[in-house]
Design a binder for this molecule. Sequence first.
Ligand SMILES: CC(C)(COP(=O)(O)OP(=O)(O)OC[C@H]1O[C@@H](n2cnc3c(N)ncnc32)[C@H](O)[C@@H]1OP(=O)(O)O)[C@@H](O)C(=O)NCCC(=O)NCCS
Length: 125
Amino acid sequence: MVEGTSANKGFVIGDAASLEYIGQIDLYKIDWKNRFASLAIVIGRKECLGKGYGSEAIRLLQRFAFEELNFNRLELEVYEYNLAAHKCYLKCGFQEEGRYRKKIYKNGTYWDSLVMSILKNEYKK
Ligand SMILES: CC(C)(COP(=O)(O)OP(=O)(O)OC[C@H]1O[C@@H](n2cnc3c(N)ncnc32)[C@H](O)[C@@H]1OP(=O)(O)O)[C@@H](O)C(=O)NCCC(=O)NCCS
């Protein structure tokens, strides 16, 4: 991953060998006092989905956030219909801690928005 330069911490996810662009992962809404941030990720090339890049990038970012930045918590929101992202976050140790009910309107239906987080001591396990 290559670190960005903005106030948020943004990283490009690239292929280690070819350096081709695969996607992007960001820490944003960083709260330095309370040591937490939100996480967002997108694998931008369709042919790269489902190949382990997303979970690897999340784990690398967790290591950076918890070990280098000494964060205590990472959080995110994922929409109920986004099963791939939800499963990916669960695999990476995020837990659901609540949900905004019927917050998102898509394809004629209202969907919940799930709030997920992982704490430093959970990451260490
Ligand atoms: C969410 C996202 C980052 C996951 O990245 P990825 O590289 O495709 O995921 P991985 O290959 O690392 O898969 C990790 C786990 O996610 C789950 N998963 C991934 N793709 C899935 C799919 N199409 N259906 C169901 N589960 C899926 C699996 O549990 C998988 O673990 P497993 O391979 O051991 O079964 C990617 O799908 C993406 O960029 N989606 C579009 C943008 C987006 O939705 N971002 C999140 C917004 S909250």
